[in-house]
Design a protein around this ligand. Sequence first.
Ligand code: NCD
Ligand code: ZN
Length: 429
Amino acid sequence: MNSQSNRVLIRNGIIITPENIFRGDILVVGETIARVAAAIDDAEARVIDASGFHILPGLIDAHVHLRDPGATHKEDFASGTRAALAGGVTTVLDMPNNPQPTTTREALDEKRSIAQEKAACDCAFFVGATQGNADECGNVGAVGVKLYLGATTGDLLVTDFDSIYRHFAAQHGLPIVVHAEDNEALQFFASASRHSAKRPPLAASLAVARALALAEATGRQLRIAHLSTARELALVKAAKARGLNVSCEVTPQHLFLSTEDEERLGAFGIVNPPLRSPDDVRALWENLADCDMVATDHAPHTIEEKRSSKPPSGMPGLETMLPLLLTAASEKRLSLQDIARLTARNPARVFRFARKGEIAVGYDADLTLVKLDQEYTLQKPWQTKCNWSPFEGRRVRGKIASVFLRGQVVIANGEILVRAGYGKEVGVA
Ligand code: NCD
Ligand code: ZN
């Protein structure tokens, strides 16, 4: 074995792709997957025995709030990307609702340089839509435009038709990702007592219908963030059938929690969109084939903030998404291939990441190795700075063992080995 070699042979793991599950070897040269086959011999490669492990493509989380700059007491690029890797996530797409929102070239460049210094996993960035920046959004180096149609954490919100239409009709090819809750409906229901009643399914379906109609009129690629109800899914499904370039994400909180958890979780269960009825949760599970991706909407707030008289909305999710999905796979609620499709291939395709999301020759060697039969309890300590989880105390089956990011072992036996700054910005094809 040549210790200087930049060749690594991951031997005898069970490789999961959206099409297939098969026992095989993966040869990594430098940062890239060079070969995938049933049996590979390579005299120069350092061999890693993956017997007994399942290998997923490194997860891509297309919806995270890393809070940096501006709210680094909740999270920053260092802690948030470590939480990502601990959760098997090798690429994160960071949202723009910072206290000073990421809505200009300068703001995005500032975020980019912070990420260069601190990020442990790969990153890409959204630009936030404002009333005035439709023409600028294509030139800031973002992978997508985030448009808030309803008020949530932060000040980003666009509600007038004029500005919304300008964003859909803008002369750039970036997808628009909408936070689809209708703001007038949110205001109308604001006096309800439960959080889920303040932001009812009607608010979501109104905004989804509006965004779909605009995408249809302008030809804009659209992604619905955190879709959470049966009615929204029916609208998206019909739009896809008409040929619209639309995709949707669902979150772990809308798959694994419901309004039945609202009382138990109290402020820690407050999230936008809110937890939904068991009927809506069932509809998401029954129609997972029509969902394009699972993304966390990782939105950390401190325990003190959550315990305050005005608790903010949002919950962390990076470290718990994959164990929850693996547990669901062990219960046959979805397949391991579904996980590869929903958390790697589809997000890479929607955002046109040419080297991400596949265990295949020429792709970045981003790999998440898991022990499927290992049962454990989700619990502290967490990597996320907020240091809590709505899933704390849950028994899960399926544990993340090691993670490769561009050929480097960044997690081994559950331990984080990577240095801050190893993470790179992901380029668009
Ligand atoms: C998010 C946050 O805190 O940044 N909160 C949330 O409840 N999901 C904002 C958002 O995505 O709505
Ligand atoms: Zn969000």
